[in-house]
Design a protein around this ligand. Structure first.
Ligand code: GDP
Length: 435
């Protein structure tokens, strides 16, 4: 599913054109597809529309410069805006030295109880003294489930009894804290399958009694479109302070995260990544942005291309392509990382490449060594490399004369190829032949 969307987006962006500035029709064409992509990733319709309007405004007139073509420029703009909408950087809930009370809310099945256990494990490992409160009186097994988790983590749990009032729960927690100091109390609350008024009243009452310092809404990534309603309602009734998105290990694309974040404006602190206690990760907006676009690591690729100085790779006239240019190009490409890894960042390529495929790094190193053993005069004008010089270069680089011959032949072939491409107008108008 990821792959197909990434490929589609790339196709559209390629068609967007190769102008120096993004025009309105180009942006319009690209944004239509991006809105579709967002909807396919289960981003709420209204959120997608608003998002696209915001990016379009920024995109029109944007310079297409440097190493990125216009398609890549649009992708980067969209990706950057997605990251911003998802909160920019990774954030953590505020933790005071003591007196922290966290309220876990969400629909039944969202992963509240599991996330409560995960948070206990996470913060215990950070040296916090955690007390769990099992207040989910709605789902029959929830309190026992939390008790099991608390034993696994090694933290105490206080189980709320049936019919207990919020005031009584508060008093029992205070009593507990008098004899057993705890700086972080996490309360697992009741959830229902759907939003319902009685549940919200019950939650609001318990919240008033417990006075939590954080109210964390647990949202199931698989709920997609529904996430917006859930987030909105919970936020209106119990003033959510942060979000946890669970089940990100499934094939949900992350649209729920974008919707919940957009509608509440509250930070997403964590992502649930498995059923296990250890399956809780800090939420990384950049990773999820890529996932929403279904782009694999195209952006990683773009970043690496930006990092390498591609200007150095451009050769003025194809006929001028000498060994010094070849060496520069090889080194630029190697700066971007292992070639096999690089190719796999291209959408669809991981499938197209045979199993265990790897570009021969050693071969590239050998060429580098041979060219490095030449004088600058030899590199600029390979014609001067006669038999005597070949012997010297071979000895200097630890190769045979045949290897040097092969290299010189390869270079000649590359030069011919570039001349030919040059006559054809070059690949995409950029690069060696396109000038
Ligand atoms: P609650 O009703 O909100 O308390 O939901 P639970 O904590 O009981 O979770 C419901 C189901 O979702 C359980 O089977 C959990 O194991 C599962 N679950 C919770 N979080 C995650 C997660 O991040 N990844 C996966 N794969 N499953 C999860």
């Amino acid at each position: 599913m990821f792959e197909s969307l990434g490929n589609k987006l790339q196709d559209i962006l390629d068609r967007v054109g190769k102008e120096r500035q993004l025009t309105e029709p180009q942006v319009k064409a690209a944004m239509r597809e991006i809105r579709m992509a967002l909807l396919e990733a289960d981003v709420n319709f209204g959120v997608a529309k608003e998002f696209v309007a915001k990016v379009s405004e920024k995109a029109v007139g944007q310079d297409v410069s440097g190493s990125l073509n216009s398609g890549q420029t649009v992708v980067k703009l969209v990706h950057d805006e997605l990251i911003q909408t998802l909160g920019g950087k990774s954030m953590q809930p505020e933790l005071k030295a003591e007196g922290n009370v966290w309220f876990m809310v969400g629909l039944q099945g969202a992963g509240k109880t599991t996330s409560t256990g995960k948070l206990a494990a996470y913060y215990k490992a950070k040296g916090r003294r955690v007390l769990l409160v099992a207040a989910d009186t709605q789902r029959p097994a929830a309190r026992d489930q939390l008790e099991v988790l608390s034993k696994q983590v090694g933290v105490p749990v206080l189980k709320v009894a049936d019919g207990e009032t919020p005031a009584e729960t508060r008093r029992r927690v205070d009593e507990h804290l008098k004899t057993d100091f705890r700086d972080l109390v996490i309360v697992d609350t009741a959830g229902r399958l759907q939003i319902d008024e009685a549940l919200m009243d019950q939650l609001a009452d318990l919240q008033t009694a417990m006075q939590p310092t954080e109210t964390l809404l647990v949202v199931d990534a698989m709920t997609g479109q529904e996430a917006l309603n859930v987030a909105q309602t919970f936020d209106e009734r119990v003033q959510v302070s942060g979000l946890i998105i669970t089940k990100m290990d499934g094939d949900a694309r992350g649209g729920a995260a974008l919707s919940a974040r957009s509608v509440t404006g509250k930070p997403i602190y964590f992502a649930g990544t498995s059923e296990k206690l250890s399956g809780l990760d800090a939420f990384h907006p950049d990773r999820v942005a890529g996932r929403i676009l279904g782009m694999g690591d195209v952006l990683g690729l773009i970043e690496r291309v930006e990092m390498a100085d591609l200007k150095a790779m451009e050769v003025k006239k194809p006929g001028d392509f000498d060994l010094e240019d070849l060496l520069t190009q090889l080194r630029q490409i190697r700066k971007m990382g292992p070639l096999g890894d690089l190719l796999k960042l291209i959408p669809g390529m991981s499938k197209a490449l045979p199993e265990g495929f790897n570009v021969d790094e050693k071969q590239i190193q050998r060429i580098d060594a041979m060219i490095s053993s030449m004088t600058l005069k030899e590199r600029r004008n390979p014609k001067v490399i006669d038999g005597r010089r070949r012997k010297r270069i071979a000895a200097g680089s630890g190769h045979s004369v045949q290897d040097i011959n092969k290299l010189l032949k390869m270079h000649e072939q590359m030069k011919d190829m570039m001349k030919m491409l040059g006559r054809m107008g070059g690949p995409g108008g950029k690069g060696p032949g396109g000038k």
